[in-house]
Design a protein around this ligand. Structure first.
Ligand SMILES: Nc1ncnc2c1ncn2[C@@H]1O[C@H](COP(=O)(O)OP(=O)(O)O)[C@@H](O)[C@H]1O
Ligand SMILES: CC(=O)N[C@@H](CCC(=O)OP(=O)(O)O)C(=O)O
Length: 304
């Protein structure tokens, strides 16, 4: 399988619809009271209709007793704003090099327009969403992320300067636990506060993983714009061990924005998150299919 075609639910016959609904019951029982951290990627957020369906699905999860914690991205939207302002932007291994001018725009786009847009969509769908950034209530504290790269010619290890890109240090789980006990659905923009009061830009997958780890989430779901992790012949890999994941990054099968996703999944399952899944946010109701049907729809990263 190379890609997945959206299923047109309306075209299904009644027995099939009834079977799907009935199949959901054991999953609803199993997951009631459990925390699901769901990262909604900037690419998957591009389509307003899909965003409305996503919002409805999140409200449904809360309604059946699951505790959804939403972390959003916004890479493409930040890119557009930087372009309008004629600020150049570069990536290393899927991470945006973030100088002082860039971090200001990152915060404005993530914690401003995108966060409020998503909060509005969930509230219109009948939920009670509250928008937060990682800076609110010290939700995420971070330090400067350091990356090293071995120079292929000299074989000397070089330290790369990514500027205000942060690595999460602590997550204030207490704030999110308060929401879990209420009707409120938290919607989190991936910025963080540093020890000197500086703002850090955190990759949204990384932020979602840190939150999932701190909450001891049952699932971490990363929604993106591909069916899941693809191998070199573009076939979907349904399951990956942590070992496979490391190998596929090392041999270049996994590159760009998929690197922080996989690193996040590996670190989340190592911290005790039961399952971390990368799935296609372009498929309508992707999260319902993943949570309430057997088999799942994306790539599951498991420990091992
Ligand atoms: N092995 C791989 N399988 C699937 N996608 C990959 C792979 N390697 C790199 N990618 C890229 O990673 C992208 C997803 O990362 P990204 O663009 O950051 O998504 P998002 O905005 O949803 O976080 C895919 O669109 C694809 O171009
Ligand atoms: C450090 C870093 O790269 N931060 C990301 C934050 C947004 C993000 O991760 O958005 P997506 O999930 O849509 O890619 C950025 O500046 O683009």
């Amino acid at each position: 399988m190379t890609d997945q075609k959206p299923v047109d639910i309306a075209s299904l016959d009644w027995p099939t619809k009834a079977n799907i609904l009935s199949e959901a019951l054991p999953f609803m029982r199993r997951f009631a009271g459990k925390t699901f951290v769901i990262k909604y990627g900037g690419h998957a957020m591009g389509d307003d209709h899909l965003a409305d369906l996503f919002a409805r699905d999140v409200v449904l999860l809360k309604q059946v007793g699951i505790n959804p914690v939403i972390v959003h991205g916004g890479g493409p939207q930040i890119g557009k704003m930087l372009e309008r302002l004629k600020i150049q932007s570069q990536f290393i291994d899927g991470l945006r090099i973030t100088d002082e001018a860039t971090v200001e725009i990152v915060e404005m786009v993530l914690a401003g327009s995108i966060n409020k847009h998503l909060v509005g969509a969930i509230n219109r769908a009948g939920g009670l969403a509250v928008g937060l950034s990682g800076k609110d209530a010290n939700l995420i504290t971070a330090r400067r992320l350091t990356r090293t790269k071995v120079d292929p010619d000299s074989h000397i290890e070089k330290v790369l300067d990514l500027g205000f890109v942060g690595e999460p240090e602590t997550v204030n789980a207490k704030v999110l636990e308060v929401f879990a006990q209420s009707d409120i659905i938290p919607v989190i923009a991936p910025t963080a506060i540093g020890s000197k009061g500086e703002t850090f830009n955190i990759n949204a997958d990384t932020a979602a993983g840190a939150i999932a780890g701190a909450l001891g989430a049952t699932r971490l779901l990363l929604l993106t714009d591909v069916a899941g992790v693809l191998d070199k012949s573009k076939t979907l890999l349904k399951e990956l061990s942590t070992e496979d994941s490391r190998r596929l990054i090392a041999d270049g099968t996994i590159s760009g924005g998929m690197i922080p996703k996989i690193e996040t999944c590996v670190s989340a399952v190592m911290q005790g998150v039961e399952g971390a899944v990368i799935l296609d946010g372009r498929v309508p109701h992707a999260i319902l299919l993943e949570i309430f049907t057997s088999g799942g729809v994306g790539t599951l990263v498991r420990r091992g």
